[in-house]
Design a protein around this ligand. Structure first.
Ligand SMILES: [Zn+2]
Length: 242
């Protein structure tokens, strides 16, 4: 177990202190790939961070060292595929602010974090660090923080949801119960294609919810994806290029 927290920023190409840049985030100047190299992706374009930027990521709660380190280690799975760096700090000041005391896992999409009140978290990681899916959940939420949307809401996903069962399941689950409106918004409604770029539907994306057969009509299921997929990597590399 680690006794000293590994807070070292990684892959920073520029001064990580330039956090005030957050206020003037300008997607038009974000170093986005040009031309026909980038077709589509599952990422919401206007929500992207400025390419090459250091993101300050704050732990709002007092977590034990191992818990923090597990979050850091999981989040860093994205770093080889993005031209960004993560600076983890304690306190309430950060582009991304993590709270762990709410009974939910969620994250604000990309630069929408800048619109959240500075006293409020932009990411909730209520998952217990001993949970078998801890790492997957943290990677998934950081995917949102980088601008990635849900793959099961891809316009070509065509998942044969058994809607009444989906409502029942997500409204009544113990961890992270969702309201009917949230279920519509986070599960059923395809994302707005005018805001987004997307590659062909990727069943293996870490941004895809697992789909139990009991929640679909006919025989359709998808186990939990535990790794950042090939397409997830491809998209992040296109959007935050070196
Ligand atoms: Zn999600």
């Amino acid at each position: 177990m680690n006794s000293i927290l590994d807070y070292q920023p990684t892959q920073c190409k520029h001064d990580p202190a330039s956090d005030e840049a957050a206020i003037t985030e300008n997607p038009a100047d974000a170093g986005l790939p040009r031309g026909n190299r980038l077709k589509r992706s599952l990422v919401n374009y206007p929500k992207l961070w400025e390419n090459g930027r250091a993101l300050k990521i704050a732990f709002m709660n007092n977590l034990d060292v191992d818990h923090k380190q597990k979050i850091i280690d999981a989040a860093r799975h994205w770093l080889p595929f993005v031209n960004l760096c993560f600076n983890f700090v304690d306190g309430h000041q950060g582009d991304i602010r993590i709270a762990t005391e709410n009974n939910k896992n969620s994250a604000v999409l990309g630069t929408n974090s800048l619109l959240v009140h500075p006293d409020k978290p932009t990411m909730n990681l209520g998952v217990n660090p001993e949970h078998e899916d801890f790492e997957v959940i943290v990677i998934h939420e950081f995917g949102h923080a980088l601008g990635a949307m849900h793959e099961h809401q891809h316009p070509n996903a065509n998942i044969p949801w058994d809607k009444p069962k989906v409502y029942e399941f997500y409204q009544n689950r113990e961890m992270n119960p969702l309201s009917r409106e949230q279920i519509d918004r986070h599960i059923f409604t395809p994302f707005n294609t005018s805001d987004a770029f997307y590659l062909p539907y990727d069943k293996t994306s870490i941004m895809h919810y697992p789909v139990p057969n009991t929640l679909t009509l006919g025989n359709w299921e998808l186990p939990i994806n535990r790794k950042i997929s090939k397409k997830d990597k491809e998209i992040m590399k296109l959007l935050y290029p070196y």
